[in-house]
Structures are given as structure tokens and as C-alpha cells.
Design a protein around this ligand. Structure first.
Ligand code: PNW
Length: 496
């Protein structure tokens, strides 16, 4: 069971944003239309074996052609805000130089449509779809890509600055480095292991340069960036499990969050060989750690870590370089591995559903970073295979996605309780929660096999069908609106 929408609504503070999120490459399709240049992901996805069943992102949700309908579905849902990303190569086909007016115009129409429907736009500049020309020049291994992102931010500021309420410079640099450059599971498909460290630094620098460009342009919206955060939980009290978990924490969480929030890489990272052999100006750290208006956190799940060889995100050589006394697992492997929670609900991706760790994540963040700016959960959600129930007499479809609905309800509740009065992360000023995702979409290497949407998408007809979770979120927003109306009325009545 989960808390009722009415009781959950009562926990929501004033001015808390309830939103939905997507990313350009996962929903738009229309990859060769109106002058869009290729992205690295176009080429990666076309290589046999990269994507489950070699599924293609060419059409995806066809959002490029169905944008007004999708905004209408958000309007019906009642959300305060929509988080979307720009396709960089739609606007700058080669990632540098002249802009493509037809590409710019698409997001003009989107922003106008959102505002006409009372939905506040949150714009992510970079959500993984690097222009191919930049990837060909080394992608995030090349420091120049960071400067190109800064330039792209200036273009976006000039074109859209008057209408964007919230800016997110980059989304989850951890996933780009781990999947794209360390393991080769995402574009550009590099398996550089420890040699991928420059991609961490260059993405963070790109964030800093983008932030600088937005500030220089004087955009009125709030500016932040988004990191994914997964609490790392040792399987047992065995010290080797604990060391394993803290190494994962360094490599997946802290190496991305510390520089942004404290201006410094963690000491253990700075002591590693791969760090000292990577030359970069000290001044970068000031650019990376400029003050943010909000910190975006994507929370999906905790990670249970145990000692013993496995395939994972942290190569054995990295563990060694960080001074760990774990015995190495051999090249390409790790000296430790991720385990699952047998007692937890498991999503179709194999991810454990552990809402109590949302509280742990927020508590750890508040303890680590005492000067944390306001936090927005910029993504959270779950993939489950949906069952479509058809009512034969009316020919209407119903999708009873109770598990997704419970995931969302439990996680929003945990986040509100942790940051509410007496909560374990009370010092965090939590400003919103964005559901991943508005609609089922192209889940990167998993293709269309991992549906996260509140809306079901039939990828043959492209028809959208609201799931039970859509109606639940709608009800939550309605209940929240009633609370807001009542509070305003009370406040007015109390005025002298
Ligand atoms: C995010 N983890 O990726 C991305 O921002 C989205 O584009 C993606 O569709 C969504 O989550 C669902 O996968 C993640 O290991 C990658 O905890 C990794 C993790 C979480 C989210």
C-alpha cells in the first residue's frame, strides 16, 4: 500500500514543483529533419549490437511532430513544470559555428506552447547527445568540448533566456563517463577504463563554462546542474565490503559532486596516479564550483556493494590507484561487485525499489555538503513492463501500473519526510520532484524495452495512453492545489 494522494499532498510545502522530465534524444525522433546535424548517439545506435534488438532511435516517440499533443497531455496532467533537453546538433549542426534557425525554432514553439498552457519550462542544455563532429574530435576527452558547451549556452541564453524558469547545464556526467567512456555501453562506446578521467573533468568544466555564459547573459531563470546519486551500501560489516562501497561512492558520487559543491576533488582521487598525470589549470576549479541557484539530484536506487571480482563501474586499476588494499580482479574487471536486494521489489531493469534510501541519499548529501543550495529532484521513476487491459465494450485501454505508482508515491513521500520538520535531512531546502518520465521512450542501450512513462506509447502507432500512474499524479496535483487554495484563504482571513 501507499499513502493516499490527499495525505501525500498535505506533506507538500508551498512553492514545491511537481513536474515531469524527458530528454531530446529519447523522445524527438526526426533525426535528419530541418537541418539537424548528426549526434554521436545516431552513429552509436546504428552499430549492430549497441542497442537491445538493434532498435532505432530514428522515430522514438515522434515528439518532434507531436509536441503540441504532448504539451496538451501535460496540461491535462496539471504539472507545474516540464524538464526537457535541447538537441545540440539541431541548433548547432556541428557543435560549433553558425546556428540552424529551423532547429532553434522548434524549441521556440515548445517554450511558447508550454507558457500558453501555464507550464513552467526547465531546460537542460546537455543530456548526452553530443554533436558527432565534436565526438569525432575526441568528445569529452577533448577539453575543447567544454568550451563548445559554453558557447552553446550563450546561444541558448540569447534565444530562450526570456522564457526559461530553470536552467540545468548538464545531466548526469557520471553516466556519460561510466557508460560512454569507461565501459563502452553508451555513445561514444569507448572502454578507456581509468584513462577516462579527463571526461569527468571536461564535463564539469563544460558545466562551469555554461553557467558562466548564462550568468553573463543575465538570464532571469535559476541555474543549476544535475548529478545522479546512489547511496553505496556495503553488503556486510566486513571491512572489505565497506572499502568496496566507499570506492564506488568516490567513483560514482563524490568525484562529480565534490568539485561542484566544494571546489575540490576528493583527496583519494587527488592522490591517484591517473589524477596527477592529467594536467589541468588550477583555475578550472573556480569555474566548476561557481554558486548554483539549485542542485539537481537524480535519485533512482541505492547500490549494494560487496568485495569479490565482478564487472562494474570501477576498474580494479582505479581501486588500486586510489590506494585500496583490495586484491585486483584482473584487467577490465573490478575487485568488487554490485548485489541486489532479494527482499526488494525489482524493476524490469533489475533495479531495487528502496524508497527508504531516498532518505539516506538526502541525509548523506546534507552531511557532506553543509552549504548545499536548494535541491530539486530532477528525476525519479521506475521501468516496469506494462499490461494493457482493454475494455471490449468501449474499446478503451487501461494500464494498471500499480508498481510504478507506488514507487513514485513512496519516493516523493520519503523525500518530503526527510526534508520536512524533524526529518533526517531537514537542513535541505527541497524545491521539487520531476517524474522520469512523461512518456515511455528510447531508454538508450535498452531501446524501447524499459518503459518509464506515465503515458504508455505504442511504438507502432505512436498512440499515447495514460497509465494509472498518470491519473494518480493528476490526483496528487489536484489535492495539492486544494491545499494551496485553502492555505491562501486562511492566510487572507488572518490578515489584520
Ligand atoms: C537517467 N543509476 O540515467 C537518465 O538521466 C535518463 O536519460 C534515463 O532515461 C533514466 O535515468 C532512466 O535510466 C540513469 O545507475 C543512469 O542509478 C544510471 C542510474 C540512474 C539513472
Amino acid at each position: 500500500m501507499h499513502i493516499s494522494a490527499k495525505d501525500l499532498a498535505a506533506l507538500i510545502p508551498a512553492d514545491f514543483t511537481l513536474g515531469v522530465a524527458t530528454a531530446a534524444f529519447q523522445i524527438e525522433g526526426a533525426l535528419t529533419e530541418d537541418g539537424r546535424g548528426p549526434a554521436g548517439w545516431d552513429v552509436f545506435a546504428a552499430k549492430p549490437g549497441s542497442i537491445v534488438e538493434d532498435q532505432s532511435p530514428a522515430v522514438a516517440c515522434d515528439h518532434y511532430h507531436r509536441m503540441p499533443q504532448d504539451v496538451a497531455l501535460m496540461k491535462q496532467l496539471g504539472v507545474d513544470s516540464y524538464r526537457f533537453s535541447l538537441s545540440w546538433s539541431r541548433i548547432q549542426p556541428t557543435g560549433s559555428g553558425p546556428v540552424n534557425p529551423a532547429g532553434l525554432a522548434f524549441y521556440d514553439r515548445l517554450l511558447d506552447e508550454l507558457l500558453a498552457n501555464g507550464i513552467s519550462p526547465m531546460l537542460t542544455l546537455y543530456h548526452w547527445d553530443t554533436p558527432l563532429a565534436l565526438d569525432d574530435a575526441g568528445g569529452w576527452m577533448n577539453r575543447d568540448t567544454a568550451y563548445r558547451l559554453g558557447e552553446f549556452a550563450a546561444i541558448a541564453a540569447e534565444a530562450y533566456g526570456d522564457r526559461v524558469a530553470r536552467w540545468c547545464t548538464i545531466n548526469e556526467p557520471a553516466t556519460v563517463t561510466t557508460n560512454g567512456y569507461t565501459l563502452g555501453l553508451h555513445s561514444p562506446g569507448e572502454a578507456l577504463m581509468l584513462n577516462a578521467f579527463p571526461t569527468v573533468h571536461h564535463q564539469l568544466l563544460g558545466h562551469g563554462l555554461a553557467l558562466q555564459a548564462l550568468r553573463a547573459a543575465g538570464v532571469p531563470g535559476e541555474i543549476g546542474m544535475t548529478n545522479v546519486y546512489s547511496p553505496m551500501v556495503p553488503k556486510t560489516i566486513n571491512p572489505l565490503d565497506k572499502i568496496s562501497a566507499s570506492l564506488m561512492d568516490l567513483a560514482q558520487n563524490r568525484v562529480y559532486a565534490d568539485p561542484v559543491l566544494t571546489g575540490k576533488y576528493p583527496d583519494l582521487v587527488r592522490a591517484a596516479k591517473f589524477f596527477s598525470s592529467f594536467e589541468h589549470p588550477d583555475e578550472d576549479m573556480a569555474i566548476i564550483s561557481q554558486p548554483l541557484d539549485f542542485y539537481g539530484l537524480n535519485y533512482y536506487m541505492p547500490t549494494k556493494v560487496a568485495v569479490g571480482p565482478g564487472e562494474g563501474a570501477v576498474p580494479a586499476s582505479m581501486a588500486e590507484a586510489m590506494g585500496s588494499d583490495l586484491s585486483a580482479a584482473g584487467s577490465g574487471g573490478t575487485p568488487f561487485h554490485v548485489e541486489t536486494w532479494p527482499e526488494a521489489d525489482i524493476t524490469s531493469y533489475g533495479w531495487p525499489v528502496k524508497p527508504e534510501y531516498m532518505k539516506v541519499a538526502l541525509k548523506e548529501m546534507s552531511e557532506r555538503y553543509p552549504n548545499l543550495p536548494p535541491v530539486i529532484i530532477t528525476e525519479g521513476g521506475a521501468s516496469f513492463e506494462d499490461i494493457i487491459v482493454r475494455d471490449k465494450s468501449t474499446n478503451t485501454a487501461f494500464i494498471p501500473d500499480e508498481r510504478r505508482l507506488k514507487y513514485l508515491s513512496d519516493h516523493i513521500q520519503a523525500a518530503l519526510e526527510a526534508t520536512g520538520p524533524g526529518g533526517e535531512a531537514e537542513s535541505i531546502d527541497l524545491r521539487g520532484y520531476y517524474v522520469w518520465s512523461l512518456l515511455d521512450n528510447f531508454e538508450w542501450s535498452a531501446g524501447y524495452k524499459q518503459p518509464f512513462g506515465l503515458l504508455h506509447v505504442n511504438f507502432e502507432t505512436l498512440e499515447r495512453t495514460p497509465k494509472a500512474s498518470y491519473f494518480w499524479f493528476q490526483e496528487l496535483i489536484e489535492e495539492r492545489n486544494l491545499v494551496t487554495v485553502a492555505e491562501t484563504a486562511v492566510a487572507q482571513a488572518m490578515e489584520p
